[in-house]
Design a protein around this ligand. Structure first.
Ligand SMILES: [Zn+2]
Length: 124
C-alpha cells in the first residue's frame, strides 16, 4: 500500500511527464510547420515580407543600420532572426491549440484512451 506522500509524489511526477510530453509535442509540430515548403517557413518570400512588416520593429531598425554600415553578415542574421521569431510565435500558438485539442494523455502519439487499437506506451 502506497503511503500518502508516495501518492502525492507519483501524481507530481505524472504531471511533470505530461508537461514534458506536451512541450515535446508542441516543439515537434512547430518544427514541422516551419519546415521548408510548409505554411510557417520563415524564409518563404511572402512569409519573410510579412515578418518584416509585422515583426520586431526595434530589431528591424538595428538590422537596417547594420546593413547600411556594411555589416551584411550581422544585419542579415538579424533579418533572419526577425522572420524566425515572428513565425515561431505563430507556429507555437497553432501547435498549442492543436496539442491541447489532442488526448491529454499521449498528445496525439496514440494510446488506448484515444484509440483502443493502439499499443499503449503507458502500460506496454
Ligand atoms: Zn491518447
Amino acid at each position: 500500500m502506497l503511503e500518502a506522500y508516495e501518492v502525492d509524489l507519483n501524481r507530481h511526477l505524472a504531471k511533470i511527464d505530461r508537461e514534458e510530453s506536451r512541450e515535446q509535442a508542441i516543439e515537434s509540430r512547430m518544427e514541422q510547420s516551419m519546415g521548408v515548403g510548409e505554411a510557417y517557413h520563415p524564409c518563404d518570400p511572402l512569409n519573410f515580407i510579412e515578418a518584416l512588416e509585422e515583426g520586431n520593429r526595434a530589431l528591424l531598425k538595428t538590422a537596417l543600420e547594420l546593413l547600411e554600415s556594411g555589416d551584411f553578415a550581422t544585419g542579415g542574421q538579424l533579418l533572419h532572426q526577425i522572420a524566425n521569431d515572428h513565425w515561431a510565435a505563430i507556429a507555437r500558438t497553432d501547435a498549442e491549440a492543436d496539442v491541447d485539442g489532442d488526448c491529454d494523455r499521449c498528445f496525439g502519439k496514440g494510446c488506448r484512451r484515444c484509440d483502443p487499437e493502439e499499443p499503449d506506451p503507458f502500460f506496454d
